[in-house]
Design a binder for this molecule. Sequence first.
Ligand code: UD1
Length: 347
Amino acid sequence: MRHKILVTGGTGYIGSHTTVQLQQAGFDVVIIDNLSNSRREVLDGIEAITGIRPEFVEGDCTDIETLRRLFREHPGIDGIINFAASKAVGESVHKPILYYRNNLGTLLNLLECMPEFGVKGIVFSSSCTVYGEPDKNPIDESAPIKAATSPYGNTKQISEEIIRDVITSGAPVKSILLRYFNPIGAHPSAKIGELPLGVPQNLVPYVTQTAAGIRKELTVFGDDYDTPDGTCIRDFIDVNDLAKAHVIAMKRMLDNPDGEKLEVFNLGTGRGLSVLELINAFEEASGVKLNYRIGPRREGDIEKIWANPEKANTVLGWKAETPIRDTMASAWRWQLTLSNPNEKQPS
Ligand code: UD1
């Protein structure tokens, strides 16, 4: 029988790429999204890629009655992938209540509904931010959780604890926590990608918007870190690789009723790339020279962090395999599509 999956935040960046992978793997998908940070047209992009339009409910997961109605109207949902969350680190410092309400309220409501409607498993989007500044790299799942440096990061830590406590209480649900490193890029078709509203906070959308002439220049936040070229190091992972891991995690939960009730995996490439190395990769992939300057450090930035993804590699049988050049090329194709929606881009 085909599994039916609820994808919360499914019109968002990672949610839309995961919906594509789920549909291509034969899952039926119901999306709920309040469109606070995404657009309805994303559904057209998903349909153009897969030939299937996912069921869509416009609604807010912080309202439990909206969720109950959804489960009643879409019976037979087996699993949930929870992407519905606010994710801007800086904004969370200024609007902590919004972040705790959105991110924790959504999770609590989903966990409350799961036994009521017989939903067996939930995949949760966590983040490498739970590790803080690592004592050593690459970092594996046994590394200590450090005090959060922002309300956003704290919601990820608390969410992991909430899920752990609910499972310990004997609730008939399973969960896989996925700790993402830095997801970047777009679908190779350039029909879906990242849609930052306003000025992008993250590196890659800022890079592509600068290259497209929407922003004057990119500021590299600091070149005096203790790294080979002085800029911060991250583990940039292609969003399509990341999306595939969710499909595997969901199958693992649903197909092994006697399997572990709670598991956690790092999702990264295992390779650290500096900000300057990423810019070089972009310039090579796009053929565009990027206008950037070195500026002061950004408050709260981690100096260097990259994953040890061995557990995901061996236990899930999953590996991030897209070369950085291809990822940067997809990010650029997507930017060109956004800038010139009527022009067909080279594939
Ligand atoms: C941050 C969060 C991460 C969260 C993600 C989602 C931390 C430690 N990390 O990732 O948990 O999931 O945001 O939004 O809180 N940079 C520039 N110029 C720019 C933008 C970025 O130089 O204009 C640099 C940053 O200083 C950093 C790197 O690029 O070194 C990556 O930054 P960004 O894309 O914002 O991601 P993180 O801060 O790693």
